[in-house]
Design a protein around this ligand. Structure first.
Ligand SMILES: Cc1ncc(COP(=O)(O)O)c(C=O)c1O
Length: 422
């Protein structure tokens, strides 16, 4: 291959990086940019990027801290300030009944994406294998490749209930396997865990094969219809085999703030802490203090955020079904994971997403971007205001040649009021 094709400067980039296709959302953003240039009315449902603002009591804490406490402008403590780690430890106890020592079992992250990506580098050597259920949040497999490891995909399909089948892993991969990625409520399939049996089986499997379970719980609070998502660490024995990753991004609409945490047994957290100490200085102290306010302040903002997604889910999924695109209602996450309707299935998800965007301005994530096993699906993120889903349905109906039925406008939402919330 022509060297110049590999990097703009002509200097050869690492094989690890070269192996990776451009990050899914980077490619989609280019296409969206082109659509804007053509003056299309773009409705962007690609990323799980919350459209609602961070609750005001959290913003107020940030503003007050950064204005009045200049010591918070200094380098933070890389593993997280004690106050933050204590708030996380209290939260894990309150919310899940899980005990983690704030001193040695909680690590502050620059968003859970950062921690998950670096975890692979902290644990893997070239030739080591990570078991990755796919389709997956892309960092689950890309982090492994950047670490020089090998991905062994565990297909999630309707037939296996979107749960990995540990019995089908090739023996040669299992022998070299070190990490097992898991995350429920799942992105992108939206699957939830309703029965502890799968967790118990996972713990037995991880112990038998000496695996670290990397449990990604980014959507633990975005759940509907009374469903409450568990922590993997709730299950007896999980502490011995798992690290769990949490995020403020979805729960408190803080995606742009870049803060999250990892927690678990001291010995399992320590390698990630050591690795990160060479890479970053942690999260700014003023942000950690605002995040403490998020965890310890009123939680009605979380309920309101969830209610907004639930309302959009109901309107949009009902609408999809009316136009003949049959999709089940997800019990959690801010996504709808939709098998392509028969009329457009042959296109494949990438071509579908590109054509849909070019012709209608509606941007969705192609399933194949989450791994080959996601082919045949697209993912809608419920991240634009309610009324826009009426337009989305109109455009989709035309694009897929769907049933010409009437569906009303969504009810006018009561928007979250910044007043009376602090
Ligand atoms: C499954 C999953 N894990 C982690 C993240 C990243 O979260 P954060 O913003 O905390 O880095 C996302 C973001 O979309 C996600 O979908």
């Amino acid at each position: 291959m022509d060297r110049k094709k590999r990097s703009n400067s002509g200097i050869k980039i690492s094989q690890k990086l070269e192996q990776l296709p451009p990050y899914l959302f980077t490619r989609i953003k280019v296409l969206i940019g082109e659509a804007y240039k053509k003056n299309l009315d773009v409705i962007d449902l690609t990323m799980g990027n919350p459209d609602q603002p961070t609750p005001p009591h959290i913003v107020d804490r940030l503003v007050d801290t950064i204005q009045n406490h200049p010591r918070t402008h200094r380098y933070p403590q890389a593993k997280g300030m004690p106050r933050f780690r204590r708030a996380v430890s209290d939260h894990m106890k309150r919310r899940f009944g899980v005990s983690v020592d704030p001193e040695s079992e909680v690590l502050t992250l620059v968003g859970s994406k950062e921690g998950i990506a670096h975890l692979a580098s902290a644990y893997m050597d070239p030739g080591d294998v990570a078991l990755v259920p796919v389709p997956a949040y892309p960092v689950h497999f890309n982090g492994v490749i950047l670490a020089g490891g090998k991905v062994c995909p565990l297909p999630l399909t309707p037939e296996n209930g979107f749960l990995p089948d540990y019995g089908k892993i090739p023996a040669k991969d299992l022998r070299k396997a070190k990490l097992l990625f898991l995350g429920y409520p799942n992105n992108p399939t939206t699957t939830v865990i309703e029965d502890e049996a799968f967790f118990k089986e996972t713990i037995r499997f991880a112990k038998k094969h000496n695996l670290l379970v990397v449990y990604d719980n980014a959507y633990s609070e975005i759940t509907f219809d009374g469903y409450r998502a568990p922590s993997f660490l709730e299950v007896p024995g999980a502490r011995d085999v798992a690290l769990e990753f949490h995020s403020f991004s979805k729960t408190y609409n803080m995606a742009g703030w870049r803060i999250g945490w990892a927690c678990g047994k001291r010995e399992l957290v320590a390698p990630l802490e050591k690795f990160k100490a060479f890479v970053d200085y942690g999260v700014p102290t003023f942000m950690q203090l605002a995040a403490v306010r998020a965890l310890e302040g009123p939680q009605d903002c979380v309920r309101e955020t969830v209610a907004v997604y639930q309302r959009r889910r109901d309107y949009f999924v009902d609408g999809l079904n009316k136009i003949g695109w049959n999709v089940a209602k997800p019990k959690a996450t801010m996504y709808v994971w939709a098998p392509l309707p028969e009329s457009v299935r042959a296109k494949g998800s990438m071509a579908f997403a590109e054509e849909l965007l070019r012709e209608t301005g509606v941007a969705v994530s192609p399933g194949v971007g989450f791994g080959q096993e996601g082919e045949g699906y697209v993912r809608f993120a419920l991240v634009t205001h309610d009324q826009r889903f009426y337009d989305v349905l109109l455009r989709l109906r035309k694009f897929i040649g769907g049933a010409s039925v009437k569906y009303g406008m969504p009810p006018k939402p009561k928007f979250y009021s910044p007043k009376n919330k602090s």
